[in-house]
Design a protein around this ligand. Structure first.
Ligand code: SF4
Ligand code: SF4
Length: 172
């Protein structure tokens, strides 16, 4: 059974070890703003939400690409073929969860689950990130997180809106 990435905000401490590990693995720098997942912190409430790509079954980022540069692999992961990408940014605008960003050269980047061995999960000592086949509880958690789909705003604004809803619906 294929593994997926699940995020549990109730366990997240907001330490950002995950984003540091991700940026180090994918970009060679310790820079959370370059990570493929993000953490939205609500410091006054002591609550943090890991924002992750859901590898959506119906992926807006993929459908919005006019060049078929976004594609889904046999493992279910949505990836980018840089050779086909024109840098139009449609995928960035299309993701309702703010999980595609463009680098300084206009090239989009998103989570590809580190080809099956996500660096973020290994660094999350709080076990707020899980890479597993999943059970009913995890799929329920993920489905609830996917319900808020902001259609406008920057990726940062969309992540914040999604995180706010997740926070409201959580124990935090
Ligand atoms: S980048 Fe966004 S739309 Fe594309 S699979 Fe991930 S969460 Fe879904
Ligand atoms: S490593 Fe885990 S606990 Fe720390 S911010 Fe990331 S998800 Fe939260």
């Amino acid at each position: 059974m294929k593994k997926e990435l699940f995020a549990n905000p109730d366990l997240c401490t907001g330490c950002n070890r995950c984003t540091i590990a991700c940026s180090a693995k994918n970009e060679g720098v310790f820079q959370p703003s370059k990570a493929r997942l993000r953490v939205t912190n609500f410091p006054l409430r002591g609550f943090s939400v890991p924002n992750v790509c859901f590898q959506c079954p119906k992926a807006n980022c993929l459908e919005a690409c006019p060049n078929d540069a976004m594609f889904r692999g046999a493992d279910g992961v949505v990836r980018l073929n840089r050779d086909l990408c024109s840098g139009c940014g449609n995928c960035v605008n299309a993701c309702p969860y703010g999980m595609v960003e463009q680098n300084a050269k206009g090239i989009p980047y998103k989570c590809d689950l580190c080809d099956g061995d996500p660096a973020c999960v290994k660094e999350c000592h709080a076990e707020a990130l899980v890479h597993a086949a999943g059970d009913a509880a995890l799929f329920q958690l993920k489905a609830a997180q996917m319900k808020t789909r902001p259609q406008s705003g920057t990726p940062l604004e969309k992540r914040h809106k999604v995180a706010q809803t997740i926070k409201r619906n959580s124990r935090g």
